[in-house]
Design a protein around this ligand. Structure first.
Ligand code: CDP
Length: 212
């Protein structure tokens, strides 16, 4: 089974994806980490994330073991990730890696921006997770404080708005729900309630498929 989860920054898709993977015994890939890791490699070397040559090189040399790094989850890296992610050649490289991960047993949950539309258009279930921008900024701000990162709420809010704009308007693989995605608005849902709602949608969908 492949479950595709897309949505804007801090919509709750990452936490949801991890919990669903655990619940259904599937692998999980946070595809945003790929773009963040490429961006961080460039920033750490003092490079400009808008330099396409550097971005392609970073994408090609990306190692999967870097993805748990706390350094990936800063507003600066998120912003640089969305610059790198708008480059078609970078997306091609990432696409190969994501499909290789999704293929094979026991199946996987992938979360990102273009999973239901481009990476896994034949996924068994697609969810598009949203929440209001203020709720999303508040969540990201609280996470940063918990990690001990010094951030301002306004800075987090501006970062989310800038990334949403870049992610939805780019020419390749823009953020948008697949035609057959279920929308899940988590503005007023805590993690547990969102998880239960997703399980209900997934179980309903996979049972009506008869032969799945
Ligand atoms: O965790 P958050 O939702 O803030 O962001 P993320 O999922 O880690 O993604 C960081 C950036 O990578 C996004 O703003 C997108 O520009 C890009 N991205 C993408 O283009 N396609 C994906 N499948 C996943 C992330």
């Amino acid at each position: 089974m492949i479950i595709a989860i897309d949505g804007p920054a801090a919509s709750g898709k990452g936490t949801l994806a991890r919990r669903l993977a655990n619940h259904y015994g599937l692998k999980h890939l946070d595809t945003g980490s790929l773009y963040r890791a490429a961006a961080l490699t460039i920033l750490n070397a003092g490079g400009d994330p808008a330099d396409e040559g550097l971005a392609i090189e970073a994408a090609e040399q990306l190692e999967f073991n870097r993805f748990d790094d706390d350094d990936l989850r800063t507003p600066g890296v998120g912003d640089a990730a969305s610059i790198v992610a708008a480059m078609p050649r970078v997306r091609e490289i990432m696409l190969r890696r994501q499909r290789a991960f999704a293929g094979g047993p026991p199946g996987a949950v992938l979360d990102g921006r273009d999973i239901g539309t481009i990476v896994c258009p034949d996924a068994d279930v697609k969810l598009f997770v949203t929440a209001s921008v203020d709720v999303r900024a508040r969540r990201r701000y609280d996470e940063a404080l918990e990690r001990g990162q010094a951030v301002q709420f306004e800075e987090v809010l501006d970062d989310l708005k800038r990334r949403d704009e870049r992610d939805t308007t780019r020419a390749v693989a823009p953020l948008r729900p697949a035609a057959d995605a279920h929308l899940l608005d988590t503005s007023e849902l805590d993690i547990e309630t969102a998880f239960q709602a997703a399980v209900k949608l997934i179980d309903g969908e996979t049972q009506t498929g008869c032969d799945r």
